[in-house]
Design a protein around this ligand. Structure first.
Ligand SMILES: Nc1ncnc2c1ncn2[C@@H]1O[C@H](COP(=O)(O)OP(=O)(O)O)[C@@H](O)[C@H]1O
Ligand SMILES: [Mg+2]
Length: 456
């Protein structure tokens, strides 16, 4: 290697001035000049060789660097010349196309794509010449695994230092795998949606079934005793008609007495009042159930009004407690004035239902206490109704909001209170939740939004 030579050159110092070659006059100087020149040339040679070597090292480093970048890319890279012949590819392209670099170099780029994509790829170069750019294309490499070789290709021009088009670079993102994953995801999503819809339908059907069964059961009782009473009243009516007809015909006192006994007129007269009352009661119960249902299914929007929640809580609690035999104590933990603009009637009904439930659970309990707290939190009024009763059995906590779910004896509970209340709260954009307190008793929390600036 030249670089290992002495940098001062092989001739330097070997012919010291004064010791000339025997070539005649002036010949010595000429030789010295020649040797000096040779030394200079040699030094120049060494310098340029060193430079070349340094450049070589840098080139090798740059080559390695580009090679490592290309190898690290998961996108496929194809470099082509101005005739569309492949000049360089990266390992990602090799594995996508299933062919080695040595087999690919020099091939027309169209050859490595499948039949359907060739026309598009063939158009890249002309398009680059015309407009300078090519829109993104999804094309398929003619690889071993067609599904995997789908690439979304970006094509950019390659220019020399004078700006002339000398080829193009294709960078393609393999989207086969992605598309397959998308398809699978889409299929899974559709399946899930269908399952969800089926579950929703079956849940709705089950709820409807429960509702119908509940309504049938609830209505059956009063209707059957209304029927029973009506038959009895019909018989009583017939007996009275016969008796009155006999009176009109002017029967003797004994005959009339006899007929009165036979037709059990005294019992008829005694029973008729309670029978009518019972029938009315049954009819009222039917009306109540229908009203509860209608209120639930009604789409009528209650108008907004400004009211004091504290007053509303107080009246709701008063209404309920008045009807209790053993009255639980009621404590209000709520500011005197808590004014909001909202749906007063619905909130009142929800509160009545909650307080009634708490009072029912405390029935006959001399230490029974109901605490109602209220506050405004983030545009909602939050009211908690807490009791120190037995609480809700954990396995029933998700059932209590179902229609007709009641643990109360027939005739006492309709099982619609929480169902209706929950739906009222939710319809307004609020919520109603139930929980058991660690220290015992149940806690119901109702939240309803309010808007102090809303028009009525
Ligand atoms: N404060 C409470 N403590 C314990 N259980 C309750 C409470 N409130 C409601 N429940 C349970 O929820 C059920 C359903 O209540 P609701 O829908 O109002 O119907 P109903 O009061 O007619 O039974 C009640 O029967 C009861 O089992
Ligand atoms: Mg109730």
């Amino acid at each position: 290697m030249l670089s290992s030579m002495d940098k001062s050159g092989p001739f330097a110092g070997k012919l010291p001035r004064g010791k000339s070659l025997p070539i005649g006059d002036g010949g010595e100087d000429v030789w010295i000049d020649v040797i000096q020149k040779m030394d200079e040339v040699y030094a120049e040679l060494v310098r340029s060789q060193t430079e070349l070597e340094e450049k070589n090292v840098r080139l090798e480093e740059a080559h390695d660097f580009i090679g490592s970048v290309l190898a690290a890319m998961t996108d496929v890279v194809i470099v082509c010349d101005a005739d569309g012949l492949i000049q360089q590819v990266n390992p990602a392209l090799e594995s996508a196309a299933g062919r080695r670099e040595s087999e690919l170099l020099g091939l027309p780029v169209t050859d490595i794509f499948d039949e359907a994509s060739r026309a598009a790829v063939a158009g890249f170069l002309p398009e680059l010449k015309n407009s300078g750019s090519v829109a993104q294309h999804d094309v398929c490499l003619a690889g071993p695994d067609q599904g995997n070789a789908l690439v979304s290709v970006n094509c950019t021009p390659r220019r020399d230092s004078r700006g002339r088009l000398v080829g193009m670079v294709l960078v393609g993102r393999p989207i086969g795998e992605l598309q397959r994953a998308y398809r699978e995801l889409d299929a899974a999503h559709q399946k899930l949606t269908q399952t969800q819809q089926r579950m929703l339908v079956s849940e709705k059907m089950a709820a409807l079934g429960r509702l119908v069964a509940g309504v049938a059961h609830e209505l059956n009782n009063p209707i059957s005793f209304v029927f029973g009473n009506m038959y009895a009243l019909k018989r009583y009516g017939e007996a009275l008609t016969r008796y009155l007809a006999a009176c009109d015909e002017g029967g003797s006192r004994e005959e009339m007495e006899e007929l009165r006994k036979q037709l059990k007129i005294d019992r008829v007269l005694h029973d008729i009042g309670p029978l009518v009352d019972g029938t009315l009661e049954g009819a009222e119960r039917v009306r109540d159930i229908v009203q509860d249902l209608r209120r639930f299914s009604s789409n009528q929007e209650e108008t907004l009004e400004t009211f004091n929640v504290t007053r509303l809580v107080r009246t709701a609690a008063d209404w309920v407690i008045k009807t209790q035999r053993v009255k639980p104590s009621v404590r209000l933990d709520i500011p005197d004035k808590l004014e909001i603009r909202g749906r007063k009637g619905q909130l009142h009904q929800i509160l009545v239902n909650l307080v009634q439930n708490a009072a029912d659970m405390l029935e006959g309990n001399p230490g029974g206490e109901i605490v109602i707290s209220g506050e405004k939190v983030d545009g909602e009024v939050v009211i908690r109704v807490v009791d120190n009763g037995p609480g809700i059995p954990p396995d029933r906590i998700d059932k209590i909001f179902e229609p007709f779910f009641t643990t109360k004896p027939i005739g006492e509970g309709t099982g619609l209170g929480l169902y209706v209340s929950y739906n009222m709260a939710v319809k307004q954009g609020g919520d109603l939740t139930a929980a058991n307190r660690p220290e015992g008793g149940a806690e119901f929390t109702v939240r309803v939004p309010f808007d102090d600036n809303a028009p009525a």
